[in-house]
Design a protein around this ligand. Structure first.
Ligand SMILES: [Mn+2]
Length: 301
C-alpha cells in the first residue's frame, strides 16, 4: 500500500447526540497545540476537510439530516480507500460510522467482505423501534448491519455494510434491552468491559482482530472515546465509569500495528466543553500519533 500521508477528516456533527457540543470536537482537534506538535515533529498529517451538517429545515426528519452529512463523508472515505490512502475520522457524534464505513465498503465490496471492531461503552445498536432516547447516535452499528431507518442503511448502496460474523464490540458496560437483543439474535461477539478487565485489553484486542479478519479482506476500527475511563477521557457526551485505561489502548494499538488489514480508523464523540485539563484532547493526539507512526512506517518498509 502506498501511504505517505495520513489523512484526517472532521465530522462536525452533534445533531444525533445527547449534546450538540460534540460538533465542536473536530475543530478543537484541528486547532490543538498537541496536533500541531505532531506535525512539527514531521508526522505527515493532512487535515483534508471537515464535513458539517447542512442548515436543517426544522420540519425535516433528523435521520434525513444524518443521511445528508454521511453521504458527504462516505464519498470522502470511498475516494481515499480507492487510492489506498489511510485515514482517521475525527468526530463528532458516532453517527459518523454510518458514512465512514459505507464509503469503505462500497469500494471494497467487489473484492470481499470487510470487518469492524467497535470500541465503545455502549452498543449503539438501537433501531427506531427499540430506542428509548430517540437519539440516532445510539443506532449507527445497527444501521451498518442493515437495521433501522432506510435513509441510513442505504448510503451509496443498498446492501448491509457488515455481516454480523465480521463484527465485534469491545468495552461495553451500559446498554438497553432492545439493542442487546438485536446483537444477541445476530450472534455478535461482544467483549463486555468485565471480560476486558479480566483478560486484559491487549489479549481481547488481538482476539478481536482475528475474529474480524477470518472471513474478510480487511477491517475498520471505530473508537468511541467513551469506551475509555472518564478519568482518562472526560471530554465525552455520555461518560460511563470503569472503562478502558488510556495507556492500555495506546499500548494495545502499538502492539497490533502496523497491520496491513486495517482499512481506516475513526475517533469520535469528543466534546471539548466537557474536557478537563485538555486530557481528552491530548489523548486524541496520542492516538493519532501511534496509529499514523505505525501505519506510515509500514508503508516505508
Ligand atoms: Mn458510540
Amino acid at each position: 500500500m502506498m501511504q505517505e500521508i495520513f489523512h484526517l477528516i472532521g465530522y462536525a456533527s452533534g445533531i444525533a447526540g445527547a449534546d450538540e457540543h460534540c460538533s465542536g470536537g473536530p475543530d478543537a482537534v484541528q486547532q490543538s497545540v498537541y496536533l500541531k506538535a505532531l506535525m512539527d515533529k514531521g508526522l505527515p498529517l493532512v487535515w483534508e476537510q471537515t464535513v458539517r451538517p447542512d442548515e436543517r429545515d426544522l420540519s425535516s426528519r433528523p435521520d434525513q439530516a444524518v443521511r445528508q452529512i454521511n453521504e458527504k463523508l462516505a464519498h470522502l472515505t470511498a475516494t481515499l480507500t480507492r487510492q489506498n490512502q489511510f485515514f482517521s475520522i475525527i468526530g463528532g457524534d458516532h453517527t459518523s460510522a454510518i458514512g465512514t464505513w459505507s464509503g469503505v465498503q462500497d469500494v471494497k465490496r467487489e473484492a470481499g467482505e470487510i470487518g469492524l471492531i467497535w470500541i465503545d461503552a455502549h452498543m449503539d445498536s438501537h433501531t427506531p423501534e427499540t430506542t428509548e432516547s430517540g437519539r440516532i447516535h445510539g443506532m449507527p452499528l445497527a444501521a451498518l448491519l442493515g437495521f433501522g431507518y432506510p435513509t441510513l442503511t442505504t448510503i451509496l448502496n443498498h446492501s448491509a455494510k457488515f455481516k454480523p460474523e465480521n463484527v465485534c464490540l469491545i468495552g461495553v458496560r451500559s446498554y438497553e434491552k432492545g439493542e442487546a437483543a438485536l446483537l444477541k439474535r445476530l450472534n455478535i461477539r461482544t467483549y463486555m468491559m468485565e471480560e476486558v478487565s479480566q483478560r486484559g485489553f491487549i489479549t481481547v484486542l488481538q482476539e478481536a482482530i482475528q475474529l474480524v479478519s477470518r472471513h474478510t479482506i480487511g477491517y475498520g476500527l471505530s473508537i468511541d472515546l467513551d469506551a475509555l475511563d472518564p478519568k482518562d477521557a472526560p471530554g465525552v457526551d455520555v461518560p460511563e465509569p470503569n472503562g478502558i485505561h488510556a495507556n492500555d489502548l495506546i499500548s494495545g494499538l502499538s502492539d497490533v500495528l502496523p497491520d496491513p488489514r486495517l482499512l481506516g480508523v475513526e475517533i469520535v464523540e469528543f466534546d471539548p466543553t466537557k474536557d478537563k485539563a485538555q486530557l481528552t484532547e491530548k489523548l486524541i493526539a496520542q492516538l493519532i500519533d501511534v496509529i499514523a507512526t505505525k501505519v506510515l512506517s509500514h508503508a516505508k518498509a
